[in-house]
Design a protein around this ligand. Structure first.
Ligand code: SF4
Length: 388
């Protein structure tokens, strides 16, 4: 294989990988994620690879040929043509690293050649060039969104890869003429004391003009990541870990206030990735956040109308019918349905919950992890009345 592609691992090497790494198709909150290339040299200290035993994989490698990976994706029980939002290489590598890029385009071209119109999210902090933009623009069917990860963190021990690379890529991709794909300024992870000064917020407000929309979000601070911070003497951002992303209340308030001072024609700000992705393609939020209506107070009026028009509260029967398509939901029980969300119990993991959420475009919550008003599905850390 040419140097434009990464090395293909042997079957023995794949078998020796941690279990979660071998699962190349995984449902994540913003979509069904394909990850048959894994490994990244960029070295972000908070990388999710810590959580499943792959932190040491610095060189990207392929677990299988691209055509086989696409077959696994479209043949997966969670995959719905034209409907399931997809994400390519968002868990274990960066899709625009040299060597990974050709795999990304092989997957995109394959999916587009099948005339699929699914959302495809491509998240990067690497260099995107004009040739990439042209190749993306040649895709005729998929709804492609490029999300440019930018934190503004200057501490090289936490983020060795400079943030300005993503900024350059975003500006170039957004300025590309007559494009079909959309761009998002993916402002994350926001961490109090690290990248939340007034100057950081002002800089982000300026950069937000160079994308079709902005999403801000916090840090996943899991036990494995906290261990890595401690072992390496890095400044710990929080005294405790959490299963959800952390966005403290005062920080959110400061961000909203700063962005409200931008010119009235500035691209909008969103709290949720799926909201921004849906908005930039002119469709209703595929995660059904409209039910959690306090999320929508910063959303443009036309988008609010779209989401309101698409909002359908499912019956318990409809939920059970949707769940019947996946064996792992056999023990699911619906405990409550309101106009905001359905609450369920008995699902073995988050993946079937995300499947149901996308199938019904309605929020499905796990009764064991209740969502609090105004917290928007985030961790309780940094909120004054965590049990509101
Ligand atoms: S109206 Fe609400 S649910 Fe729809 S995109 Fe806006 S914030 Fe998201």
């Amino acid at each position: 294989m040419s140097a434009r592609y990464v090395t293909l691992l042997s079957a023995e090497a794949v078998a020796a990988l941690p279990e979660r790494a071998r699962d190349v198709v995984e449902y994540r909150k913003s979509g069904l994620s394909l990850n048959h290339v894994q490994g990244c040299p960029l070295g972000c200290a908070y990388c999710i690879r810590h959580t499943y035993g792959l932190w040491d994989a610095r060189r990207p490698r392929a677990l299988m040929p691209d055509a086989d990976a696409v077959e696994q994706l479209v043949g997966h029980r969670y995959f719905q043509p034209h409907d399931t939002p997809l994400q390519i290489f968002n868990r274990a590598t960066d899709p625009f690293l040299p060597g990974v890029r050709e795999h990304l385009f092989a997957v995109l071209n394959d999916l587009d050649g099948r005339e699929l119109t699914n959302h495809v999210l491509v998240i990067t902090r690497a260099q995107v060039d004009a040739g990439d933009c042209e190749r993306l623009n040649a895709l005729r069917h998929l709804k492609v969104t490029l999300l440019f990860t930018y934190s503004g963190i200057d501490d090289r021990r936490i983020e060795p890869h400079p943030s300005h690379t993503a900024v350059r890529s975003m500006r170039l991709a957004t300025a590309h003429a007559s494009r079909r794909y959309r761009t998002i300024f993916y402002w994350r992870p926001l961490v109090p004391g690290l990248n939340d000064t007034t100057a950081h917020l002002a800089r982000a407000a300026v950069l937000s003009r160079w994308a079709d929309a902005t999403v801000f979000t916090g840090l996943f601070y899991r036990n494995e990541i906290a261990d890595y911070y401690r072992t390496n003497g890095l400044p710990e951002p929080y005294a405790e870990t959490a299963r959800r992303k952390i966005v403290p209340e005062t920080l959110e308030g400061r961000i909203l206030a700063r962005f409200a001072r931008r010119p009235s024609d500035a691209p909008p700000l969103f709290r949720k990735t799926s909201c921004a992705v849906s908005y930039v393609h002119g469709v209703a939020d595929y995660n059904g956040h409209y039910g959690i209506n306090e999320l929508c107070d910063i959303c443009p009026g036309a988008q609010l109308d779209r989401c309101a028009g698409a909002h359908r509260v499912p019956s318990a029967l409809q939920l059970q019918e949707a769940a019947a398509a996946i064996p792992e939901a056999a023990d699911m029980r619906v405990t409550e349905i309101t106009a905001r969300a359905a609450q369920v119990e008995g699902l073995p993991s988050e993946q079937p919950r995300y499947y149901l959420q996308h199938r019904l475009a309605f929020q499905i919550h796990d009764a064991a992890h209740p969502h609090r008003r105004r917290r928007h599905g985030r961790a309780e850390i940094g909120w004054e009345n965590p049990n509101d």
